[in-house]
Ligand binder design. Structure first.
Ligand code: NAD
Length: 480
């Protein structure tokens, strides 16, 4: 079993504590015990990190894309070699079953590989000129040092999407990862450092989130901001980035609709959606949340879904057989209790779950609710937890589509229609960043990942992920 390590700041190629010696405790959500600590950056460390990122950018952006690619591929190799050590560390700090942690780390290595490869294809283009002897070119250059803010639900995956795209395009980056889950992102950064990424190209800091974002976003060295987290914080950081005219990518909350049609394969829909719903205890921005089920099959679908939800094995992620760990922090438990309490007080029925499990650890039962109305908070706010909201749907599609997109969010939507014709209709009419039909098809490195509306803007996958870190510039020359 891996020992849980102390996490330091990574600034200018060195692992250091803060000059005032400040640390913050890290708690295991399965036991509520303090398992370690993380260094807390103050102003001197943030200033040093920003200056180092400026120097790192000067080095990295001038390195050939092929050399950058080779270093990144080596980081992916090192990460794969270290999976068995790092996965339990992620479970200890975040709670997810160790098998999910392992999958996340292997996916992170794949993401690095893909972005490194794609960085070699960040082509510009030549535009035919109107005059003889004129060359017109579009060139794409790295935007500059990046400030990245990532959350605790996928401690490595949320960081690697940002670091991978930044490095693949020649940017340097300072990451503020989540203070609650610091050690696994530090292991990712270590893999890059050990692979040969030069000093200053990657920084890793922890501390007071608002202090770090206000300092780094305003810092003249920083040219781009990227954030994954709640819509409320995203709006603040986007405004701050805007006030300094810095580019921004915002990957925010959602309230994923899952449309189940009367003529769908109900068992397949239930099995697939239960797996999606309770993965990472529902703490996933693309988690399906509102299940819009056509009325004729509503009862049958709810029954089958609840039956499968009761089979989810809740427990410590380090124990074999666990399929759902605890919630990652006590805020999520409080949020679940408040949202479910509000819903039941207004008439919702708990089909299964609805409360904490055990006396220690932030365990919460997989929960299914029905008899919901749009006045209930849970029907409007991202619950970010293991709760499925069952809503009988109309058979008239304009209404179903309208209900699916009733909220200002537009991140992921799921559908199980009985025909290709309905699927095409949903594709055209459900206003969402991502729609996946008959299966779970989100989040691979090569496909776009991101939302619209209150779910944010910019993409963290596909070639679009690189666009976010590149400036488009124009060059025109008349022959001598
Ligand atoms: P939160 O909004 O306070 O924090 C989310 C993340 O943003 C955390 O990592 C936090 O450290 C960071 N953060 C908070 N304030 C910040 C600031 N001023 N500057 C920079 N970073 C800041 O909420 P939380 O309690 O940690 O999580 C709850 C909500 O966040 C959920 O309801 C969910 O909607 C959202 N969330 C979304 C994702 C996602 O993948 N999109 C991930 C985690 C949380």
């Amino acid at each position: 079993m891996s020992q849980y390590p102390e996490t330091l700041l990574f600034i200018d190629g060195q692992w250091i504590a803060a000059s005032d010696g400040r640390f913050v405790d890290v708690v295991n959500p399965a036991t509520e015990q303090v398992i370690g600590r993380v260094a807390h950056a103050g102003q001197p460390e943030l200033a040093a990190a920003a200056a180092a990122a400026g120097r790192g950018f000067a080095v990295w952006s001038r390195m050939s894309v092929f050399d950058r690619y080779r270093i990144m591929r080596q980081a992916a190799t090192l990460l794969r070699e270290r999976v068995e050590t790092v996965a339990p560390i992620m479970t200890m700090e975040q709670g997810k079953p160790v098998a999910e942690a392992r999958t996340e780390l292997l996916a992170a290595a794949d993401t690095i590989d893909w972005l490194a490869e794609e960085g070699r294809r960040a082509y510009g283009r030549l535009i035919p000129a109107r005059a003889v002897g004129v060359t017109q070119a579009v060139i794409r250059t790295p935007v500059g040092p990046v400030a990245a803010f990532s959350p605790w639900n996928f401690p490595v995956n949320q960081v690697v999407r940002k670091v991978g795209a930044a490095l693949a395009t020649g940017c340097s980056i300072i990451v503020k990862a989540a203070e609650e889950t610091p050690a696994s992102p530090a292991a990712l950064v270590r893999a890059f450092a050990d692979a040969g990424v030069p000093a200053g190209v990657i920084g890793l800091v922890y501390g007071t989130p608002s202090e770090i974002s206000e300092t780094l976003i305003a810092h003249p060295a920083i040219r781009k901001v990227t954030f994954t987290g709640s819509t409320a914080v995203g709006k603040m950081l986007a405004a701050l980035a805007g006030s300094h005219m810095k580019r921004a990518t915002m990957e925010l909350g959602g309230h994923g609709p899952a449309i189940v049609c009367a003529d769908a394969d109900l068992d397949r829909a239930a099995t697939t959606l239960v797996a999606a719903k309770f993965r990472n205890a529902g703490q996933v921005c693309v988690s399906p949340t509102r299940f819009l089920v056509e009325r004729p099959v509503f009862g049958r679908f709810v029954e089958r879904f609840a039956e499968l939800a009761r089979k989810v094995q809740v427990g410590d992620g380090l124990q074999s057989g666990t399929t759902m760990g605890p919630l990652a922090n006590v805020r999520r438990v409080d949020a679940m209790e408040a949202l479910i309490g509000d819903a039941t007080a207004r008439g919702a029925e708990i089909v299964t779950g609805g409360q904490r499990v055990g006396n220690a650890g932030y365990f919460f039962a997989p929960t299914v609710l029905r008899d919901l109305t749009t006045e209930m908070r849970i029907m409007n706010e991202d619950p970010f937890g293991p709760v499925a909201l069952m809503v009988p749907g109309s058979t008239r599609w304009p209404i179903a589509c309208g209900r699916a997109t009733r909220l200002p969010y537009g991140l992921a939507a799921y559908a199980f229609p009985g025909s290709g014709r309905t699927a095409a209709r949903l594709r055209d009419e459900v206003r969402t960043g991502m729609l996946t039909v008959n299966h779970l098809g989100l989040g691979l490195p090569e496909v776009p990942f991101g939302g619209i509306g209150d779910s944010g803007y910019g993409s963290e996958g596909g070639t679009e992920a690189l666009d976010a870190y590149l400036d488009t510039r124009f060059f025109s020359m008349r022959d001598y």
